[in-house]
Write a protein that binds this ligand. Structure first.
Ligand code: ATP
Length: 137
C-alpha cells in the first residue's frame, strides 16, 4: 500500500517535472524570438510587412486556403530570419576573424531568408493580387 502511494507520488512528480521542462523550453523559445526582434532591424521590416498583409487580407474575403498559404509564408520568412540571426550570433561568438567557412555559412543563412522572402512575395501576389485589383476597379 505504502509502496503503491510512493509510486504514484513518483509518477506525479515526474509528470510535473516534465511539464515544467516543457514550460521552460517554451519560455526559452519566446525569449529567443524577443532577443532577435530587439537585435535585428530586418525583423521590424518583416513584422511591418506582415501587419500590412494581414490587414489587407482582412479587407478582402479570402478563403481558408488563402489564409493558410499566407500564414505559412509569413511563418517561413520569420523562421528563416530567426535561423539567420542565430547563425550570425554563433559566428560572432566563435571568432571575430575572417573565415571562409563562416562566410559560406552566413551567406547560406542569408540565402535562406532571400528564398523564403521571394516565395512569400510570390504567394502574396497570387493570393492578394486578383482580389485587390477587383476591389480597386
Ligand atoms: N567572420 C567572418 N568571416 C568571413 N566572412 C564574414 C565573417 N563575418 C561576416 N562575413 C561576411 O559578411 C557578410 C555580412 O555579415 P554580418 O554578420 O555582418 O551580417 P549583416 O550584414 O548584419 O546581415 P543581416 O542584415 O542579415 O543581419 C556575411 O554574409 C559574410 O559574407
Amino acid at each position: 500500500m505504502v509502496d503503491e502511494e510512493f509510486e504514484q507520488d513518483e509518477e506525479v512528480g515526474a509528470y510535473l517535472r516534465r511539464s515544467e521542462s516543457w514550460l521552460r523550453k517554451f519560455g526559452n523559445a519566446c525569449r529567443g524570438i524577443k532577443v532577435a526582434v530587439r537585435a535585428e532591424v530586418s525583423f521590424f521590416v518583416h513584422l511591418f510587412v506582415t501587419a500590412i498583409v494581414l490587414v489587407t487580407g482582412l479587407q478582402l474575403s479570402l478563403s481558408r486556403l488563402d489564409w493558410a498559404l499566407l500564414v505559412l509564408s509569413i511563418a517561413g520568412v520569420i523562421t528563416a530570419e530567426l535561423c539567420n540571426t542565430a547563425i550570425e550570433r554563433l559566428a560572432r561568438a566563435i571568432t571575430g576573424k575572417e573565415n571562409p567557412e563562416i562566410r559560406d555559412a552566413l551567406d547560406m543563412a542569408s540565402g535562406a531568408v532571400l528564398a523564403a522572402s521571394v516565395g512569400a512575395a510570390v504567394v502574396g501576389l497570387i493570393v492578394l493580387g486578383r482580389p485587390l485589383l477587383r476591389m480597386m476597379s
